[in-house]
Design a protein around this ligand. Structure first.
Ligand code: ZN
Length: 339
């Protein structure tokens, strides 16, 4: 295996810094630090699709044939058409790229996320020499690891010193779960969403591990938006590490759950009462970016200094980042009147 994929990863990485909109998406919207972007060599393949083609044309360390073979082998360049109409194109054009390194530092694959709408391409695409790998496997060397769905979520946790790996597409769980058997404590923190896809897949992963005698913990992210993932949870919390570690401490052991039969979480969307109006009768709320924040009445005797209670949003719910209390208008009234 030569180092051509490493060179391509570096090309994508350099390209990231030439496109302000991709940079701003990762830094501002996803709140990833400059360090993380560099350490993990996050990149971008522009939609013009000439990057890899030009790389093969120019002179360099490896011969053109070597480069062409390597990019075709790893599917970085795909071919459309045949004969005289052959038309190679960059597989990842318009996508953010996340190279996957082996322990020796060689790039053995890429995972990606769509950045520009172009045709019917899926949101996430992956290429590997061998299937059965996780993103960021170096974090499997710790006593615990948090398993997430996407590289951006894994990097969010890594940024705060929490070891994390991503399954890169929940349909690949069956191929990759064995990798987790050697870690002492496995936490599964998949996306929380209306349709319970993430929850179902988290249970599937937990079941596969249990069948091999391995217990794990299921971290339940609150449904703060139509979908909450680790990244959006961290972006909203004032003390994300404390809040997330609290969620980890609350996580249930897979062996204690009736996997596959978990009753669907209550949905709060249908409530016609305005949660902000109701909570503000008991708690003084302050508006910040379309959400309301106040001192949580359900922990520390309602005397905490920091406003951890988040109220409102499209889901019309309350959620405390410190004690994880959670619900809609009805639940708030029930909880406050039983105090
Ligand atoms: Zn609270």
């Amino acid at each position: 295996m030569n180092n051509v994929p490493n060179e391509v990863a570096q090309l994508y990485h350099q390209e990231l810094f030439k496109h302000l909109e991709t940079l701003s998406y990762l830094r501002k919207e996803r709140q990833l630090s400059e360090h993380i972007l560099k350490d993990y060599q996050i990149g971008y393949s522009p939609s013009s699709d000439f990057l890899v083609k030009n790389y093969i044309r120019k002179d360099g360390k490896f011969s053109r044939v070597e480069r062409l073979q390597a990019v075709l082998e790893l599917d970085l360049l795909k071919i459309n058409g045949y004969g005289e109409n052959i038309d190679p194109y960059d597989f990842f054009c318009g996508f953010l790229t996340f190279p996957i390194h082996n322990p020796q530092g060689k790039v053995v694959g890429f995972t990606s996320r769509k950045f520009i709408e172009a045709g019917n391409r899926p949101k996430f695409m992956h290429v590997f020499y061998e299937d059965g790998i996780l993103y960021n496997e170096k974090s499997l060397n710790y006593e615990y690891v948090v398993v997430v769905e996407s590289p951006i979520c894994a990097l969010t946790l890594e940024q705060y010193g929490i070891p994390s790996v991503a399954v890169m597409g929940i349909h690949r769980i069956g191929k990759t779960y064995q990798k987790l058997l050697g870690v002492r404590d496995v936490y599964i923190a998949f996306d929380s969403e209306d349709k319970f896809v993430g929850r179902a897949q988290a249970e599937k992963l937990a079941s596969l591990l249990l069948m091999r005698g391995k217990d794990s913990y299921l971290v339940e992210l609150p449904l703060l938006f139509e979908k909450t993932d680790v990244n959006s949870y961290f972006a909203l919390a004032s003390f994300p590490v404390d809040s997330f570690k609290f969620l980890m401490s609350q996580a249930k052991r897979a062996s204690s759950l009736n996997l596959g039969r978990i009753s669907k979480r209550k949905q709060f969307k249908g409530s016609t009462q305005d949660i902000v109006k109701i909570v503000s009768e008991y708690v003084s709320l302050e508006e910040r970016n379309g959400r309301y924040w106040g001192i949580c009445p359900f922990h520390a005797g309602g005397k905490e200094k920091h406003a951890s209670l988040c109220v409102g949003g499209k889901m019309n719910i309350f959620y405390c980042f410190a004690c994880s209390c959670f619900g809609g208008p009805k639940e708030f009234v029930e909880m406050i009147s039983s105090q």
